[in-house]
Write a protein that binds this ligand. Structure first.
Ligand code: NDP
Length: 254
């Protein structure tokens, strides 16, 4: 295996790594030999992911709500206790908002989405940066944003707003922490078949509309994110910083 594909000895954290895109990325990292810490709230899904991926590499899950500072601190402490260090963190945990007219959205609904999609990214990145600076060995931060972070999302404006915020956070950190050898990049998924999009996937009319616009002519899958995670977390992306990687089958070309 080429050195840039071999992540043996590398310790990666994937928030929301027990399901969907996060699980696809955690699986890819484990396949490349990385030790992986999965942070998520659902302990059953955490245990299932840990058990599956442990066949590939050392993998441990931690119960963690990324919007809660104390839980993030505890998950990072547990990760360090288990693996001794952190080389990359993929801030993937996210929720979709309740769809509806913007002027009818309550401010609490806005804050609930922001708590996970923005606070969660901020808290996870802060914990990783502190550890990476202490290690003096650099590292990689990856934010999972969305095409909605660029295009906005009608009837789901709060979701788009949080994903746009994540891109600005990513760019700020790419400049602020490069001197510590810490790189920051973002992945922007298009239409990916996961629990988050299950209603849309199950709606034939909607699926037809989406697929018509995707040149690759299918929904994306969590597996489509495995190699991107390995590239961005690992040494292959040593000179890649402050960038947005759209993975959408070409949807955004139009
Ligand atoms: P899923 O619903 O399949 O997975 C979401 C993951 O986030 C789960 O592992 C969930 O675990 C975790 N999560 C949610 N809230 C929290 C929380 N408060 N603390 C910790 N973990 C949390 O969704 P996807 O895989 O589709 O989404 C992954 C990311 O990709 C999200 O950020 C999403 O916005 C983004 N995205 C997805 C797209 C798609 O088409 N699917 C398109 C664009 C972006 P648990 O519930 O156990 O906490």
């Amino acid at each position: 295996m080429a050195d840039f594909l071999n992540l043996e000895g590398h310790v990666a954290v994937v928030t929301g790594g027990n399901n969907g895109i996060g699980l696809g990325m955690a699986r890819g990292l484990a396949q490349a030999g990385a030790s992986v810490a999965i942070w998520g709230r659902n302990t059953e899904r955490n245990a299932a992911a840990e058990s599956e991926l442990s066949q590939l590499a050392p993998v441990k899950s931690f119960a963690c709500d990324v919007s809660d500072p104390a839980q993030v601190e505890a998950a990072m402490a547990g990760t360090i206790e288990a693996f001794g260090r952190v080389d990359s963190l993929i801030a993937n945990a996210g929720i979709g908002g309740k769809k509806g007219p913007f002027h009818e959205m309550t401010i609490d609904e806005f804050h609930d989405v922001a708590a996970v999609n923005v606070d969660g990214v901020v808290l996870s990145f802060q914990a990783a940066i502190k550890q990476m600076i202490a290690q003096e060995s650099g590292g990689s931060l990856v934010a999972v944003s969305s095409l909605a972070g660029i295009e906005g999302a009608a009837t789901n404006v709060h979701y788009g707003a949080t994903k746009g915020a994540v891109l600005a956070i990513m760019r700020g950190l790419a400049t602020e922490y490069a001197r510590y050898g810490i790189r920051t990049n973002a992945i922007l998924p298009g239409w990916i078949a996961t629990d988050m999009t299950s209603a849309a996937v199950g709606n034939d009319t909607f699926t037809e509309k989406v697929i018509k616009r995707v040149p690759i002519r299918r929904w994306g899958t969590p597996e489509d994110f495995a190699a991107a995670a390995v590239y961005l977390a690992g040494p292959g992306s040593a000179y890649t910083n402050g960038q947005q990687f759209v993975i959408d089958g070409g949807y955004s070309v139009f």
